[in-house]
Design a protein around this ligand. Structure first.
Ligand SMILES: Nc1ncnc2c1ncn2[C@@H]1O[C@H](COP(=O)(O)OP(=O)(O)OP(=O)(O)O)[C@@H](O)[C@H]1O
Ligand SMILES: [Mg+2]
Ligand SMILES: [Zn+2]
Length: 254
C-alpha cells in the first residue's frame, strides 16, 4: 500500500519519474542533481511572466513558413527575416552586450511580424533562459494609465520601473498609439532608460522608422536600440482566410 502510494506520488509530481517532486535527486551519497522537471518549471514561470498567450508559447522560428508567402519577393524578404531572427537568438549575448534589438516592420497587416516576435521571445526564454515580456504598445500604455485606479495592484512608478528593467521587452504594434504629450513622455522615459541600461527591445510596427508619428528624440532612440528588419508586403492572415474559405466551399460543393 505504502509503495503504491509513493510511486503514485512520484509519477504525479515528476513527469520524468526521476525525482520525488522536490526537483532534486541524489546521484550518490554526497551529490544531488537538479531534475529536468525543475528546469521545466523555471521555463514555465518565465513563459507566464512573459505574458505570451498559451496558444503561442509553442511557436518557433523554425516553423515560420516561407512557402506560405505566394510572391517571389515576399519569399526572399521572409527568408532574410527568418535568418535574421535565428542569428539574433544564436548570437543573443552579443546583442545583449550592445543593448541592440530588432525593429520588424511592414505596411501590410498580417505579414508575420507578431508571429516572429513571439517566436524569438519563446526561443530566448527556452534556449537562453532570458527574462522576456511581451506586450502590445497600446495595452502597456493603458495598463500604465490604469495604475491611477485606487484598486490597482502596482503604482505607476512600480509598473514603469518593471518595464524599464525587464531583460527583453517585446513591444508589439508600435505607432498605433495616439501620441499625446503624456504618451510621448511616458514612452520616452521607458525607452531612454532601457537604452541607457542597454536593455534589449524588439519592436513590431506597420510603419517604418521614418514614418513613425513620434518626435525625433524618440525615433532616434528606437533607431539606436534596434536594427530594422523588413517584413513582406503580403498578408498571410488574408492568405490563410482565403485558403480556409476555399476549403469550406469545397465542402459545400462536394
Ligand atoms: N511565416 C508564417 N508562417 C506561418 N504562419 C504565419 C506566418 N506569418 C504569419 N502567419 C500567421 O498569419 C497570421 C497573421 O500574422 P501576424 O499576426 O504575425 O501578422 P502581423 O504582421 O503581426 O500583422 P499586424 O500588422 O496586423 O499586426 C497569424 O495567424 C500568424 O500565425
Ligand atoms: Mg501584429
Ligand atoms: Zn523531477
Amino acid at each position: 500500500m505504502e509503495v503504491s502510494s509513493q510511486s503514485e506520488k512520484s509519477t504525479s509530481s515528476c513527469p520524468y519519474n526521476k525525482c520525488d517532486g522536490s526537483g532534486m535527486f541524489l546521484i550518490d551519497d554526497d551529490n544531488a542533481k537538479i531534475c529536468q522537471c525543475q528546469h521545466d518549471k523555471i521555463i514555465d514561470r518565465k513563459l507566464e511572466f512573459a505574458n505570451i498567450p498559451k496558444e503561442f508559447q509553442a511557436l518557433t522560428i523554425k516553423s515560420f513558413e516561407i512557402d506560405i508567402y505566394t510572391r517571389p519577393d515576399s519569399k526572399t524578404i521572409a527568408t532574410i527575416a527568418k535568418k535574421v531572427a535565428a542569428n539574433f537568438v544564436k548570437n543573443f549575448e552579443e546583442f545583449q552586450d550592445e543593448g541592440k534589438g530588432l525593429y520588424m516592420y511592414s505596411t501590410e497587416a498580417g505579414s508575420g511580424k507578431t508571429r516572429m516576435a513571439i517566436s524569438i521571445g519563446n526561443a530566448l526564454i527556452k534556449v537562453k533562459r532570458v527574462q522576456v515580456k511581451y506586450t502590445k504598445t497600446v495595452d502597456l500604455l493603458n495598463e500604465i494609465t490604469d495604475t491611477f485606479n485606487s484598486n490597482s495592484e502596482m503604482s505607476q512608478k512600480e509598473l514603469i520601473d518593471s518595464i524599464r528593467k525587464v531583460e527583453v521587452l517585446i513591444l508589439d504594434d508600435v505607432g498605433v498609439e495616439n501620441p499625446t504629450p503624456w504618451v510621448k513622455s511616458t514612452f520616452y522615459s521607458i525607452l531612454d532608460s532601457r537604452m541607457d541600461n542597454k536593455k534589449v527591445t524588439i519592436f513590431t510596427s506597420n510603419l517604418s522608422l521614418d514614418e513613425l508619428k513620434h518626435d525625433r528624440r524618440l525615433k532616434s532612440r528606437i533607431e539606436r536600440m534596434a536594427t530594422p528588419v523588413k517584413f513582406p508586403e503580403e498578408s498571410i492572415r488574408n492568405n490563410l482566410a482565403r485558403q480556409e474559405n476555399e476549403r469550406l466551399q469545397r465542402l459545400l460543393l462536394e
